[in-house]
Design a protein around this ligand. Sequence first.
Ligand SMILES: [Fe+2]
Ligand SMILES: [Fe+2]
Length: 379
Amino acid sequence: MPIAKAMTSMLQSGPLIREAAATGNSRVLATLLGPAYRGLIQQRGKIENATELQVAHAVHFDWKYRREFPEMQRIYTAAKRSQWDAGSDLDWSISVDPQSPQQLLIPDSYVPPSTLPIWQRLSPAERADQRHAMLSWLLSQFLHGEQGALFAACQCTEAVPWLDAKLFGGTQAVDEGRHVEAFHTYLSTKLERLYQINDNLYVIIDALITDSRWDVKFLGMQIMVEGLALGAFCSLRPGTQEPLLKEMLKLVITDEARHVHFGVLALKRFYKTELSEVERREREDWAFEVALLLRSRFLAHEFYEDYYAHLMSRAAWDQLVLRSELMELFRRTMYKRLIPNLKAIGLLSDRVRPRYAELGLLVYEGGKAAPELAANDLL
Ligand SMILES: [Fe+2]
Ligand SMILES: [Fe+2]
């Protein structure tokens, strides 16, 4: 990689590294530095066509086949009964026209620059093109996240100690494979546009896939990334007028609700019974770092490069996106789910509450955690 490019990436990633050090927990920082180097400086998710990472987690066999987790058995049964086929249960004959004024892919308000005077000067076709690009960017990030979820589900299935969790994990791996199929088919045959993975999303996925502790994989994927994804799906679904996408998101949301429920069940037990206080605190700090990353780091830079890099600085763009209606809605939807889940698994102690309070996030703590929510509540 040319040095100049590496330097630019390093300077741009400064705020992220500062955020990653916010809790002052050096172990947390250490687990994030390798992924941050690969994602932000080397930009491996962007530069490589395929990335290979070395992983080293313990695999846990249970020769006694004990079934002792009734609530997990219930969601396993629900998962088996709720399987669907991305190939035949969605109507792929629906044609999607990104230029259609009757069926907007997303409203103008979901494109952050729509509040600027320049938006008014665009032709209807140019606006449609940007709505198309913004949706493609979002769905591409979903797709990359789903690939990460597929791998994480496989790893967790190997590593988790309880048989009931392994059985559920098998269904989750199938679900995530189906989500990869659905999003990829939609992007490649309907939108015909695919964006590369966002650097910060790469960092989070790399971090949880390479971490050797199964519960950190669970925490990262089932609670944090799935929480982010659910927030994004639930924000996007009411906004789109495109019927195929609406239906696809509904089916995916139903699956994801089970996955988050699974994560809460597993971690609630593990964090309350198996971890020392020092270990629990480390998870608490890790979750806070990732919550910060999720909050302010998905700023559609790939879209910006295509349409606005010649018009405004990246700092001005970041401010625009952070204050946009889409981000506002998305943050609200995400944290409404995430905070009660962190509380349910015991990672919202008095020690970290002031940090969440400072971000204005404690207002969500009275909400329902995943085990108390049905998929219909989310829809
Ligand atoms: Fe998924
Ligand atoms: Fe999932």
